[in-house]
Each structure stands twice: as C-alpha cells, then as structure tokens.
Design a protein around this ligand. Sequence first.
Ligand SMILES: [Ca+2]
Ligand SMILES: [Ca+2]
Length: 218
Amino acid sequence: MSKKRLQQLVESLSRSAKHFNRGEVECLIRLFDTLVSASHSRFAAVGFDRNVFRDTLHRAFGMTDDVVMDRVFRTFDKDNDNYISVAEWVEGLSVFLRGTLEERIKYCFEVYDLNGDGYISREEMFQMLKNSLLKQPSEEDPDEGIKDLVDIALKKMDYDHDGKLSFADFEEAVKNENLLLEAFGPCLPDLKSGLSQVTRVAAVFKTPHCKRLSAGFQ
Ligand SMILES: [Ca+2]
Ligand SMILES: [Ca+2]
C-alpha cells in the first residue's frame, strides 16, 4: 500500500471508526494489509474472505464457534459482498472492541437474528443456545433444558408478548439488565485483559509497525 493511500485511509477511517485514535487506525489498516496479502486471494483488491476472517477471530480472540463467527462475519460485511473491505474491518472492530452499549446491543441483536428478519424468534434462540451449550455435556436431555431457557428468556425479554424479540424488546431488556447482552451466546471478545485490544491483536499478528503503539498502551 502506498504511503499516500495509507494516509488517505487513516484520514477517512479515523472519522468513521470513532473509537480508535489515528495510531490505532493505522495499525489496523496495516494489519488488514498483512492479512489480505497472506490470503493470496485473487479478490485481494476487495478485501479478505470468510476463512481469513474466522482464522483472525480465532487467533486474536480465541473464538472457536463456527456459527457465531459466521454471524460476526455477517455483521462486519455491511455490503454483503462476502468480503471484508478495509473500511468494514476498521469500523467493525470499532464496535466489536470498543462499542458503546447502544452499538453493542445493535451488534448482538444482528448476530442472534439469524435470518435477518428483524426478530429473534424462538427457533433462533433455541439454535443459538443449543449451539453454545452443547459444548458442556450433561446427563439430562439437552433439548428440554434449552426449551426451558428459551421460555425464561421470553418471559424476561418479550415485553410486547408476541412470542419473539423485536429490537425494541431486546434493547429494553439489556438496558435493564446488561448481562442479557450476550443472553444467547458469547459473541463479543472478553475485554477483561488490561492490555488494549488493538495492542493484543497487533501482537498476535506481529504487526511490526504497531510496536510503538503497543508500548504506549501498556
Ligand atoms: Ca463487504
Ligand atoms: Ca429472525
């Protein structure tokens, strides 16, 4: 990437990805560039694909769940062309790593609304919960337990009692009880680590130009 192109991107993305400073934006653009060139895709001019994205989530945040990673991909790929462009990458991470509660509510809702019809249905809750709970084997019939959980979730969150969660239902529920944000399965990175997430991502991928930045964040 030419210096000029990089500067232009830093300029425009620092404005749209509100939660990163210029140094961080530059670091993430360079990381994007590294990921794209490593992917050897003939669509490299557009961005990188689902596989590179999944591999990245896995390496940087320890995400392993294919269903969730697929949904995360969908929320990043705003124009639905099956590639993550540099803008989609930086703006997506801005919400994923630093989003306000409002932004994270929108993001999680989008992840859980599997068919994108604007509601989280019973079936979608069931599917997400089953997917995230089956990794913990238990003696009981898991489907029964999951159905119970869906009922509990609806009781707690379905304010207008139509048997599914609209965005308004979900938003109100999470605002009353923040823990409900990831009610149907973990889909955000664990932010407990004291290190800046950008630093961590850069470290995982050994992005050389971000070293200076890393130092400043510790
Ligand atoms: Ca795209
Ligand atoms: Ca839906």
